[in-house]
Structure formats: C-alpha cells, structure tokens
Design a protein around this ligand. Sequence first.
Ligand code: UDP
Length: 238
Amino acid sequence: MTRKELLYEGKAKRVYGTDDPTRCIIEFKDDATAFNGVKKGTIADKGVMNNEMSSYLFAMLAAAGVANHFIQRLSDREMLVRRVHIIPLEVIVRNIVAGSMSKRLGIAEGARLATPVIELSYKNDELGDPLVNEDHIRALGAATDAEVADLRRLALEVNALLKERFAAAGITLVDFKLEFGRADGAILLADEISPDTCRFWDSATGKKLDKDRFRRDLGGVEEGYHEVLRRLLAGRTQ
Ligand code: UDP
C-alpha cells in the first residue's frame, strides 16, 4: 500500500490517501502541542511509540469486539486504517479527577470517581474544543441522538477493557479521549490511543507517565511514554 496525497495534517499526525479510496495511512509525528497549540515542542520518538501503542491497543480492542479503524501497522511511524468521516466530537472518559475537570469543578486532582464520567466536546480548534451536551450536539448537527448513545456505550466498553489491561501492567488509567468515525453506516473507533490522549499514573507510586510531563514541564517525558509502552508490551498475550 503506497502513500498518496496528504489529506490532513494535525498537531501530532498526518493522514494520507492510498490507491484504495477506503483506506488511509496515518503517520505519527514527534511534534507535541498543549493548551490548544499555545505550548509547542517535540518529544523524541513519540511518533514511533504512539504508533506502536495505538496499533497494539486497537488490535486488542478489535479482538474484544470493539470495531475500529485499525488495519495494520506498516512501519515505525505509519498505520494503515479504514477511511472514516470523523464525528466532530471528543469523547472523554474519566475514572479519576484530573486536568480540566479538576479546575472547572474545584475537585482535587486524584479523587476517584464512583462511576466513570463521560464528557463530550465539540472538535473545533478556533473555539478551543468547548464542552457540549446532547442539546448542543443536536443544534450543531454533529451527531444524531442514537449516535451519541452509541458513543457513550462504546466509550464505557473501551474504558472497561483498557482499565483492566493497564492495571495488569501496573498502570492506572486516569482519563482518556476517544474519537469516532462513520464508515458505511457503522461507527468505528478511530484516531489514536496513546500517552498523548490518555493520563496514565504508575499504580504503585502515582508517577505521571503521559503528556502531563510535557504540559507541566515535569521532565522525563520520553521516559514516561517509553515506560508505558515497555510495560504494556512486556505483558503482551497477543
Ligand atoms: N485530551 C486529548 N485531547 C484534547 C483534550 C484532552 O487527548 O484535545 C485527553 C487528555 O490527554 C486527557 C483527557 O483527554 O487524558 C482529559 O483531558 P482534560 O479535559 O483534563 O484536558 P487537559 O487537562 O488535557 O487540557
């Protein structure tokens, strides 16, 4: 499968067409941004690590019955995926309070949630990805009510699977962001699952092993990403 025209370039990835109109190639970059692009930098080999982790997790989720866009990892930085129309919503799942939820609601970072909290935000850089509810989503025409119900159900299913898998690797899945796409009338999980899009805390020490090391200038950013990948792949059963 060869790479053709550049379809889209985002902060951390490029998406290319292929000679098959139903498939795309995602290339993972080392560029990192935070705070809606205000903070910029690079994380050495982030693209390689995020590609490897996302490929592994998408394959695991597919085996567990969660339909997703992943087809095959093509190279260090490239993944072959089904072409989808991305639904312009970010679906955030939280098990422990952190980041914007802590700030917005005044709840201490680290507070455990009795049941997972799902937040939906409208994918729009100019607006800073604002939080939206079902009424806003309907007003925007971003997704139907039935699709939103599907996104919530799928997000909780992914959460249960990932939480268990990371726990087995000694990592607490604090929160994460998912994106979904439409393809042939079905909803597929898409985008990536990596330390760029998840918060991971070492279960024993609480040490942050994700993009917060970059966002908050904690140092050891590459080491954090590498540690999550190493532990995950060390316990690989498939
Ligand atoms: N997240 C993401 N992309 C975004 C916003 C959030 O991947 O544009 C992820 C983030 O890495 C974290 C979770 O979603 O794992 C919740 O993020 P939060 O709303 O706390 O925002 P942040 O503190 O990252 O600005």
